[in-house]
Design a protein around this ligand. Structure first.
Ligand SMILES: Cc1cc2nc3c(=O)[nH]c(=O)nc-3n(C[C@H](O)[C@H](O)[C@H](O)COP(=O)(O)O)c2cc1C
Length: 398
């Protein structure tokens, strides 16, 4: 399948409707995904990106129906990750001498993954490649989201091929941003940013400002996953600027796990206390053992504070909480407060352990946390309520 995008640009990628887990089991893709590859047919012909390995054969067969492969002059590898480079071995088997334009770091990542000595042509920030009357301008974008990442920009058509930036895991038959379900689209965009790009926010901010300073007109952003931004492409750029600036909404998220419901009761009562104290704050509660971890991370991203609870088990914390705390630590959220709580039976290590991990993750710790023996009685319930209320007060003061 080949879909016209603009003038001589067509989409030759793969929509993966069935995908539900990405990066192994690390990322949930409730709406599938797509691996976007683009063919630019000017006097010279360039193929930008390929698709993920399981679809290599299908991709190449499809491409052969669109174009004689020997007519492809240049392959552009904006990013070496195998969801974009996975079909290169199959393609390069048929056109082994075709030059692959990529960053120096992409030579390393492509060689490291595919172990092939292809005809690499290293490009640097600002380098240009003539396709005839139009040119591709290469824009290195290290750490968006790998060291090898780059964008490229097609002059005259004013199209930015942005690799993983501005993308989202979203399978769609419609391909263009104005033709899809908007709330669904933006949910997948913010989830993608929260879970993949949060650690690289300073690079996002810098790269966008650098791109803006180039004064290149922008008609369209062709991402490597999900929709093509043709209707007001700046809307997603503006969102990225907001999200990269220590983003938060007026939300507090309570995350817990519990063996016999004591910590669950604490979680629900703390949430009531928060709501009572500030009726305007959005409060959400997630059991980390049951909810999808990437959805929880998206809520953490939107929160000004999180409250994390686990009962003590074997002098430690429940594994789902350990998992989500590790995820949170790695993402390096900034400008957020946190507090811990949990039930215990005798030694009660969990609250301190959670607090320490949140501190390590860069959160401002709002208080010493709340630990309750066994199951909360009426006094315990009222302590939880006050804990929620006091947290709101402490946030307001800070
Ligand atoms: C397998 C198991 C191990 C436990 N280990 C500890 C422990 O090391 N220290 C402690 O203070 N409590 C321990 N407890 C007691 C629980 O923390 C206590 O029952 C608590 O009320 C459970 O809260 P929950 O219902 O929210 O899980 C353990 C309980 C279980 C079932």
């Amino acid at each position: 399948m080949s879909v016209p995008v603009k003038n001589n640009i067509s989409w030759v990628g793969k929509v993966d409707w069935e995908l539900r887990k990405f990066h192994g089991e690390e990322y949930s893709t409730h709406k599938g995904s797509s691996y976007n590859s683009y063919l630019v047919r000017e006097e010279k012909i360039a193929l930008i990106e390929t698709v993920w390995t399981p679809f290599a054969e299908e991709f190449v067969q499809n491409l052969q129906k669109t174009i004689d492969l020997n007519k492809i002059d240049y392959i552009i590898a904006n990013h070496g990750e195998i969801d974009h480079s996975g079909a290169l071995p199959e393609l390069m088997r048929l056109i082994p001498d075709t030059p692959i334009y990529c960053t120096a770091n992409a030579v390393k990542s492509l060689k490291g993954q595919h172990h092939q000595e292809w005809n690499f042509r290293v490009v640097k920030n600002g380098d240009r490649l003539s396709l005839g009357t139009k040119e591709l301008i290469f824009i290195e974008a290290p750490m968006l989201h790998w060291p090898d990442s780059m964008f490229c920009y097609l002059t005259n058509d004013n199209v930015l091929f942005s690799s993983d930036a501005f993308g989202q895991h979203y399978a769609t038959e419609k391909l263009f941003n104005d033709l899809v379900d908007q709330p669904e689209l933006f949910l997948e965009c913010i989830k993608y940013y929260a879970n993949i790009l949060t650690p690289f926010s300073s690079f996002v901010d810098r790269k966008i400002k650098e791109f803006v300073s180039l004064n290149l007109p922008l008609d369209m952003i062709c991402t490597s996953h999900g929709v093509i931004w043709r209707d007001n492409p700046l809307q997603i750029v503006t969102k990225y600027l907001e999200w990269s600036a220590n983003y938060q909404e007026n939300q507090i998220t309570v995350i817990y796990d519990s063996m016999w419901d004591s910590t669950r009761k604490m979680a629900e009562t703390i949430a009531h206390g928060i709501s009572e104290e500030d009726p305007n704050v959005l409060v959400k509660i997630y059991n980390a053992g049951r909810a999808d971890k990437n959805d929880i991370i998206t809520e953490v991203f939107k929160s000004k504070a999180i409250v994390v609870g686990s009962s003590t088990i074997n002098k430690g914390i429940l594994t789902s909480i350990a998992g989500i705390l590790e995820e949170i630590r790695g993402l390096g959220f900034k400008n957020k407060a946190a507090a811990a709580f949990g039930a215990y039976g005798w030694s009660g290590e969990s609250v301190k352990m959670i607090t320490d991990r949140l501190k390590e993750g860069g959160f401002t710790i709002a208080n010493d946390g709340l630990k309750l023996l066994w199951t909360p009685d009426e006094d315990g319930i009222s302590a939880c309520r006050n804990f929620g209320r006091d947290l709101v007060k402490a946030l307001a003061e800070s």
